[in-house]
Design a protein around this ligand. Structure first.
Ligand SMILES: [Zn+2]
Length: 275
């Protein structure tokens, strides 16, 4: 599932590619991906509007329209926003659920293989209300090491599970939780509230550094993830623990341990240098 860096990559690419373009037509072929709007309403509300910008909130790609409405896309497992100037392969196009026709002739598809992702249309008040239910952005200066320390102390969960709790901090899934904890030298199964202030500081640094470096590398590629031009991310080369169970720890050389002890998800960590 795309996490923060992959979603950020999609949103930034789209912003460069489509900000300022006007939607001249909209076609919905699989209305079951729609939320909070019918196919007819989506067409009526978007045709004739201009896309002001594309940006990310949590794991959502948000397209601001000059009408004030926002198209809110949650790609989840197999969703992607793909631009098509006539060269989109049939293997992608057949999973298109809806598309917008832009004033330069290109199509913007939302393709979703398993159709577990969603597309919503929200007015400003509804979006603000919805956004308020989501956790804090990890790269927002508001999430300082001190603030993270307070969140950790108030939790009864394992630290890894807390990092992945989207109501607390958004955008961190299994890949970046594993990586941030390895960088911080913290055992993923530790009680969040047992971390002291210096460990919280290391964890904060691990989160910020891994997300920032991954964004710079255009995210981690995995099955079904594509950025807006259909490319894959480069951060997979830089993963220290995720997907590396049984291989040597890049820091100390001990064999990395793979377990399912935290919330049933695959956790990979170094039992020697993560405490
Ligand atoms: Zn190690």
């Amino acid at each position: 599932m795309p996490e923060l860096p992959e979603t950020e990559t999609i949103a930034r690419d789209l912003d460069r590619a489509i900000a300022g373009r006007t939607i001249v037509a909209a076609t919905v072929t699989r209305p079951d991906v729609l939320r909070e709007v019918t196919a007819t309403q989506l067409v009526e509300s978007t045709v004739g509007t201009t896309i002001v910008r594309s940006w990310r909130r949590a794991k959502l790609v948000v397209l601001d329209l000059d009408s004030g409405d926002r198209i809110v896309v949650q790609p989840r497992f197999t969703g992607a926003l793909l631009l098509d100037a006539g060269e989109l392969p049939e293997t992608e196009r057949r999973f298109s659920t809806l598309h917008f026709t832009l004033d330069d002739g290109r199509l913007l598809h939302y393709r979703d293989i398993r159709r577990l992702g969603t597309v919503a249309l929200m007015g400003p008040a509804r979006f603000a209300e919805y956004s308020a239910t989501l956790g804090i952005e990890p790269l927002d200066p508001a999430l300082s090491a001190e603030r993270l320390s307070v969140l950790l102390r108030g939790s009864r969960q394992a630290v890894k599970k807390l990092l992945m709790d989207q109501h607390v901090v958004v955008g961190i899934g299994n890949i970046y939780a594993n990586e941030a904890l390895w960088r911080a030298g913290i055992d993923p199964s530790r009680d969040a509230r047992s971390l002291d202030a210096s460990e919280a500081r290391r964890l904060h640094e691990g989160i910020v550094s891994v997300l920032t470096e991954s964004i710079a590398a255009r995210g981690t590629s995995f099955r079904d993830y594509r950025d807006a031009s259909g490319g894959k991310g480069g951060f997979v080369e830089m993963l220290a623990v995720y997907g590396r169970g049984g291989l040597p720890c890049p820091r100390c050389g001990a064999r990395l341990v793979e377990t399912h002890a935290v919330d049933g998800r695959t956790t990979v960590f170094c039992a020697r240098c993560q405490e």
